[in-house]
Design a protein around this ligand. Structure first.
Ligand SMILES: Nc1ncnc2c1ncn2[C@@H]1O[C@H](COP(=O)(O)OP(=O)(O)OP(=O)(O)O)[C@@H](O)[C@H]1O
Length: 249
């Protein structure tokens, strides 16, 4: 299912964000702190109504869809994904099934989602007793249990050790669903995304394949860092080495 963002505007934060993620493609949004990445995603998962522009899911304006219908197609891992009460891990992941209504296969879907993120052993633990990285994997399992066609992820590798970062991004990529993810780590973004969009002060200033987007010029202009781009010795994807950080406030 395609995801299209057209001329998204949020007062003082987004100044016309345009991007299209085609069916089954993995798209990354990168950009400096405060550039509007999370705000963009909030407009997509309907936590925020933009003042201008439109988000289309499978060609349909999301404001024309019921929230529950949106939730059948789109799952989000957000910075606001809190669990307040001490539900068990299984209960938290089962919440991902709610948009579909209770069904006979739900237990198997929940178990499968947990084992895909390497958290099957946590099934009966209280969510609030988990470490930061364990919580993050359980919240990803909840999004997987929703069996979405489009997955929106705000910093999915937050709290994860390097092994789980790589595993989660490989898993997400292997799902075959359309993904729009905010990623801070530019090397992970280059290695795992088909296309990247660089956000700067509320605008997409560059879109394209990682090699076209993560150039020394863009990194200097947008992130104010000096970088060398090298090809990864085995995969060939562009990877960045930073040798100098210019003074930024
Ligand atoms: N509700 C709000 N009221 C006022 N300002 C806001 C609000 N939400 C976001 N902002 C501001 O809008 C800007 C963009 O915020 P956003 O969270 O989208 O940035 P981001 O690119 O995700 O940043 P980070 O990399 O730090 O997570 C920031 O300057 C933020 O302070």
């Amino acid at each position: 299912m395609d995801l299209e963002l057209r001329a998204l505007a949020v007062d003082g934060i987004l100044r016309g964000v345009d991007l299209t993620a085609g069916r089954g493609e993995v798209h990354g949004i990168v950009g400096p702190n405060g550039s509007g990445k999370s705000t963009t995603l909030r407009c997509v998962y309907r936590a925020l109504v933009p003042h201008g522009g439109v988000v289309r899911l499978g060609g349909r304006d999301i404001t024309s869809l019921k929230v529950r219908d949106t939730a059948r197609d789109l799952a989000a891992l957000t910075q606001d994904s809190h669990v307040e009460f001490d539900f068990t891990v299984t209960e938290v992941v089962a919440m991902g099934r709610l948009p579909h209504g209770a069904g006979p296969g739900d237990d198997a879907v929940v178990r499968d989602a947990l084992s895909r993120v390497g958290a099957a052993h946590l099934a009966h633990r209280g969510f609030l007793t988990l470490s930061g990285g364990e919580r993050q994997r359980v919240l990803i399992a909840r999004a997987l249990a929703q069996q979405p066609k489009v997955l929106v992820l705000d910093e999915p590798t937050n709290h994860l050790d390097i092994s789980h970062q790589l595993a989660v991004l490989a898993l997400v990529r292997g799902l075959g669903v359309t993904v729009l993810a905010v990623l801070h780590d530019l090397n992970l973004a280059a290695a795992h995304c088909d296309r990247l969009h660089v956000l700067d002060r509320g605008r997409v200033v560059r879109s394209g394949g990682p090699a076209d987007v993560l150039t020394p010029e863009v990194l200097a202009e947008v992130f104010r860092v000096r970088a060398h781009v090298v090809a990864h010795p085995t995969s060939g994807v562009p990877q960045l080495l930073f040798d100098h950080l210019e003074a930024t406030p």
